[in-house]
Design a protein around this ligand. Structure first.
Ligand SMILES: NC(=O)c1ccc[n+]([C@@H]2O[C@H](COP(=O)([O-])OP(=O)(O)OC[C@H]3O[C@@H](n4cnc5c(N)ncnc54)[C@H](OP(=O)(O)O)[C@@H]3O)[C@@H](O)[C@H]2O)c1
Length: 181
């Protein structure tokens, strides 16, 4: 069905605190208006893929001008504006013909899609937060940091943040072959 070594059309977008916190009580930990604008600019016109908790947490749903796919094990779940999926492989199939589809959280969904994403758009928020959900530590032997912005200051919250982009490193088939010998 899917070759884990191939490049996919799946990207992930997330805002992460410096202690890897991403949420608490099914809500976000901060409000940075510039980051929300960037999220909208990058994802508009594309598909966004999320877990049911994140769907429930949206102040306005579905996210406008985007195809919204919601993952749940609940086979009778339906909600206006949501296309429902029940497994990772089903989602991969649903977006097969698209140029770029975005994994938008939350923690359970990020964790399960991490092996399949080719690109990550990360907003780093340079403070520790008390949280109940966290993003996995980014393995720099798997992902290459290809872009890093300067640090910006959000006047309203007083938080500093930067934008980073990561791309999956190509698999080195020679070293895989050697490791198997
Ligand atoms: N900082 C950020 O950028 C960011 C972005 C998004 C979300 N968040 C935060 O993340 C938190 C939510 O994360 P979360 O881990 O609690 O929830 P989540 O990942 O949004 O959703 C989890 C739910 O998705 C469904 N699900 C998960 N894996 C599935 C699979 N393989 N097949 C079918 N359904 C599956 C299940 O729903 P059912 O129980 O219905 O089966 C599961 O309970 C919130 O605090 C939110 O604010 C942060």
């Amino acid at each position: 069905m899917f070759d884990i070594n191939s490049t996919t059309n799946l990207s992930l977008i997330v805002a992460i605190a410096q202690n890897n916190a991403i949420g608490r009580d099914n809500d976000l930990l901060w409000h940075i208006s510039d980051d929300l604008k960037r999220f909208k600019a990058l994802t508009s016109g594309h598909t966004v893929i999320m877990g049911r908790n994140t769907w429930n947490s949206l102040p306005r749903r579905p996210l406008p001008k985007r195809r919204n796919i919601v993952l749940t094990h609940d086979t009778v779940f339906c909600d206006e504006g949501a296309e429902v999926a029940h497994s990772i492989s089903q989602v991969i199939d649903m977006v097969r013909d698209e140029d770029e589809a975005f994994i938008i959280g939350g923690a359970a969904i990020y964790r399960q899609f991490l092996p399949f994403v080719s690109r990550m758009y990360v907003t780093w928020v340079w403070q520790d937060f008390h949280a109940d959900v966290f993003f996995p530590v980014i393995d720099l032997s798997v992902f290459n940091k290809i872009n890093e912005s300067e640090r910006y200051l959000d006047d309203e919250s007083g938080l500093t943040y930067s934008y980073c982009e990561y791309e999956r490193r190509p698999v080195d088939n020679k070293s895989v072959f050697k490791a198997k010998m």
